[in-house]
Design a protein around this ligand. Structure first.
Ligand SMILES: [Zn+2]
Ligand SMILES: [Zn+2]
Length: 279
């Protein structure tokens, strides 16, 4: 039986001009194999309905530099969301494809649907998150590795209470140099956070480890944007409630739990119900 509402996932890539033929071939063969290798966890079977791919051969000059097109079909938005957000085979492929591509365009269509609301972005998905401070002078982007789920890590330490003036802070720890970009024919790691507007200032203090913690904040409204600890040089800690969509994230863990205020009982209850405590 034909699915009632298949989604066509259209991807256009602009490949970097200096990639090797071998890399290119491996990339395409791997991409093609996804139709068989991506399997739905409920059925254990392939769930991509169809896949077409090829070089852009249009003589019209409207390609915007995109060199290849990929048209994938899924039975439902749920299947497409699984592919984009959770499928480990696809996530692995995406990671390997990143260094080869310079730019991309993605459009999803449902045949005949011309108006109406867009499907909601799944909560907590990896990718680029945007954030802004209270006065909006400072804006930033945080790149979360694909396949990682963004959740609040609640911190009950005394510093967070003092800095934020509340019972705890909400954070997410991101690998610092987690994505790579082409530069001068090399691939270089890039820091996961990019300030897109404004100039945050740094406030450094000595953390519990004895090493410095570097906090970055808006000089006008004082919103705490992110911090970086010398004790954890590979990580950046972003304040999750300043991210767009941060209010919808779930609580995923807590640190310095011994510092939790007694009256924050409802929070403790919610935490113990919503997730198993991580070891
Ligand atoms: Zn501000
Ligand atoms: Zn803290």
């Amino acid at each position: 039986m034909a699915p009632s509402n298949p989604i066509t996932h259209i991807v256009l890539f602009k490949y970097r001009s200096n990639i090797s033929w071998t890399d290119f071939q491996t990339h395409f063969t791997t991409f093609q194999s996804l139709q068989q290798r991506c399997r739905h966890p409920d059925t254990g079977k392939p769930y991509m309905l169809s896949m077409r791919m090829g070089q852009n051969n249009s003589w019209e000059r409207f390609s915007k530099g995109m060199t290849h097109g990929f048209v994938l079909e899924f039975a439902s938005q749920a299947h497409l969301d699984y592919y984009l957000q959770h499928d480990p085979v696809h996530a692995e492929f995406s990671r390997s494809a990143k260094p080869l591509t310079e730019d991309s365009v993605v459009v999803d269509i449902t045949d005949g649907v011309l108006f109406g609301p867009k499907p909601k972005m799944p909560v907590g998905v990896g990718g680029v998150w945007t954030g802004s401070c209270h006065c909006r002078d400072v804006g930033w982007e945080v790149r979360v590795p694909e396949g990682e789920e963004v959740k609040h890590t609640v911190c009950h330490c005394d510093t967070c209470k003092k800095l934020g003036g509340g019972p705890y802070s909400c954070n997410f720890i991101v690998p610092k140099d987690n994505f790579i970009v082409p530069k001068d024919n090399f691939i270089v790691p890039k820091e996961c956070i990019t300030i897109t507007r404004g100039n945050p200032r740094e406030y450094a203090y000595q953390g519990a480890s004895g090493k410095d913690v570097h906090c970055f904040f808006c000089t006008r409204c004082t919103s705490h944007i992110y911090h970086h600890q010398d004790a954890m040089p590979e990580k950046i800690i972003v304040r999750t409630l300043l991210l767009d969509g941060g209010n919808e994230l779930e609580a995923g863990g807590e640190i310095f739990a011994e510092g939790a205020l007694d009256w924050a009982q409802d929070l403790r209850k919610a935490l113990s119900q919503s997730w198993p405590v991580k070891a």
